[in-house]
Design a protein around this ligand. Structure first.
Ligand code: HEM
Length: 124
């Protein structure tokens, strides 16, 4: 099985592999492909995001909630399940088992808070 520990290089490979799947996915592709104009820039931003989350590098400066609210009319809770499913598959392939589990747990918590912000706010 895979032996990659969490560092900048493995996170970059993970992010690249994950978004290749996302782009090809029948459900997620139609949301991401029209939304992302510059894929190299998106991959760099998402590598910085995961570096901040897992390595506390502070490399990501952004606001995920407004970024997802822009696409609120197309995003559903079922799509979050699909996203997390692809994340599980990809982390298992690219990372060592402990790292994969840690990345899955973080993603699940972030997905939960994004969904709270998107679907359960009374003031929007
Ligand atoms: C950005 C879709 C779940 C992290 C984006 C963008 C889209 C998108 C379309 C680009 C936004 C723009 O137009 O600028 C989705 C969909 C999801 C999902 C369809 C699930 C159904 C997640 C999850 C995470 C995440 C679970 C984190 C674990 C991010 C981050 C950005 C982003 C960090 C960049 C925000 C910024 O511009 O700073 N997402 N996303 N997304 N997404 Fe997601």
């Amino acid at each position: 099985s895979c032996t990659a520990k969490i560092d900048e290089a493995s996170l970059e490979r993970l992010v690249d592999a994950f978004y290749s799947r996302v782009r090809a996915d029948a459900d997620l592709g139609p949301i991401f492909n029209p939304a992302i104009q510059d894929w190299p820039e998106h991959l760099e931003k998402l590598t910085a995001f995961w570096s901040s989350v897992m390595l506390t590098s502070g490399r990501y400066k952004g606001q995920p909630v407004p970024a997802h609210l822009k696409h609120k009319n197309k995003i559903t809770p079922a799509l979050f399940d699909r996203w997390l499913d692809l994340w599980k598959q990809t982390t298992e392939e690219v990372m060592e088992p402990d790292a994969a589990v840690a990345l899955q747990a973080k993603a699940a918590r972030i997905a939960e808070s994004l969904q709270l912000a998107m679907f359960f706010r009374l003031d929007r």
